[in-house]
Ligand binder design. Structure first.
Ligand code: GTP
Ligand code: MG
Length: 136
């Protein structure tokens, strides 16, 4: 079995989609091992998005993630890292496939502020690192 770190981003929480997003993960068969709502700190976001530092969307992304509460969860299951990213869909919601979280529920994507509802770790190494950031 494997673990991944997911975040319902501020747009997802604000739109009341937390339950829908978690339902999709649970219906797929993943187990919620940990779950909490919190306001992210700048330190958590600097660590979480370190790979994007210096890119043009970095600061708008951090500001967006600070704009409201997020829901953090640890999901468990066989190949859950790949499986949750498949449920989430590709990065840009306008073109994400229908059937995915971003494709079904998302639309807003700007030059600066990107609202794509969820984050999911992209590798075993990222998952363990990100679980440390959000669940200490
Ligand atoms: P996460 O699950 O949130 O990590 O999304 P991802 O893995 O699909 O995307 P990535 O890790 O490449 O980027 C992290 C976040 O930065 C994305 O979810 C977007 O919110 C934002 N982002 C990524 N690429 C771009 C871009 O080219 N332009 C803009 N404006 N935002 C971007
Ligand atoms: Mg990513």
């Amino acid at each position: 079995t494997e673990r991944t770190l997911i975040l319902v981003k501020p747009d997802g929480v604000e739109r009341g989609l937390t339950g829908e997003i978690l339902r999709r993960a649970e219906t797929k068969g993943y187990r919620i091992a940990e779950l909490k709502q919190l306001r992210a700190s700048t330190e958590q976001l600097a660590a979480h998005y370190a790979e994007h530092e210096g890119k043009p969307f970095y600061q708008p992304l951090v500001d967006f993630m600070l704009s409201g509460p997020v829901v953090a969860a640890i999901l468990e299951g066989d190949r859950v890292i790949e499986g949750f990213r498949s449920l989430a869909g590709t990065t840009e919601p306008t073109t994400a496939a229908p059937g995915t979280i971003r494709g079904d529920l998302g639309r807003d994507w700007g030059e600066k502020v990107q609202k794509n509802l969820v984050h999911g770790s992209d590798s075993v190494e990222s998952a363990e690192r990100e679980i440390g950031i959000w669940f200490g």
